[in-house]
Design a protein around this ligand. Sequence first.
Ligand code: HXC
Length: 260
Amino acid sequence: MSYETILTEKRGAVTLITLNRPQALNALSSVVLDELIEAFAAFEADDSQRCAVLTGSGEKAFAAGADIKEMSDKQAADFYLEDFFSKWTSHLVKAVRKPWIAAVNGFALGGGCELAMMADFIIASDQAKFGQPEIKLGVAPGMGGSQRLTRAVGKSKAMEMCLTGRMMGAEEAERSNLVARVVPHDELMTEAMKTATTIASMPPMAAMVNKEMVNSAFETGLDQGVALERRLFQILTASEDKAEGMAAFIEKREGKWQGR
Ligand code: HXC
């Protein structure tokens, strides 16, 4: 499949999706959104694909935000009537049950930071920079940043970042739990692909269930979350991959997964 603003590639069981507007620092236009929706839907539908990695092309940016040039002439009614930004969450978060990683290679600002936070986790280059600078444009985050950043780094730091628009470097992002891991810039894609390949080697239904469980921690109270975890665990014990996984352990061999 060929796209105008992104690149996609299957590497074994891992789909690599690359934002590809380096001249605009991979700004997230509506074409980018439509193409990402299509690429993630194709990943989700393809049984041979078990984990995805999203990154940005060029040396400077993962994505420097929603496309300011595209938004500058829009009126409030346009944003409201289109329910602008709603598809990001519905199609890239809610509709994608398989795991995916954001490999952040540079600026992740505004919508770029919000897109990275939609991933199941972030691996960052030591040159990555995160920020929610929307306030400087007279607006505020619109793709979940005020909620996901606050849940990741806590109120104080999220509030400071949203109110000042300052950027957070990779080391601070790791210390603040925004990213899972920081790696040297040159090793980013190797490390991200290695991690994705490890995830892709796991029993696929168990990977989906693990993702659903961890995500439920952000949606529910503790009692409800623990109850959901227990039920999902119980359902998994009925899977063919549970029988295979335990037999493989006892027989000291690698498991062969059916994905059910
Ligand atoms: C459109 C963008 C862009 C963006 C950069 N570019 N960010 N185009 N939308 N979000 C374009 C520039 O216009 C320029 O194109 C080219 O990319 C290179 O950018 P420079 O600014 O020349 O690069 P540099 O000097 O290195 O500065 C890098 C930067 C800066 C610090 C990242 O580009 C920047 O501050 N960008 C905007 C970041 C931002 O505010 N993001 C939040 C967007 S709002 P030309 O053609 O001029 O060479 C958002 C949600 C808002 O995400 C919700 C509102 C409803």
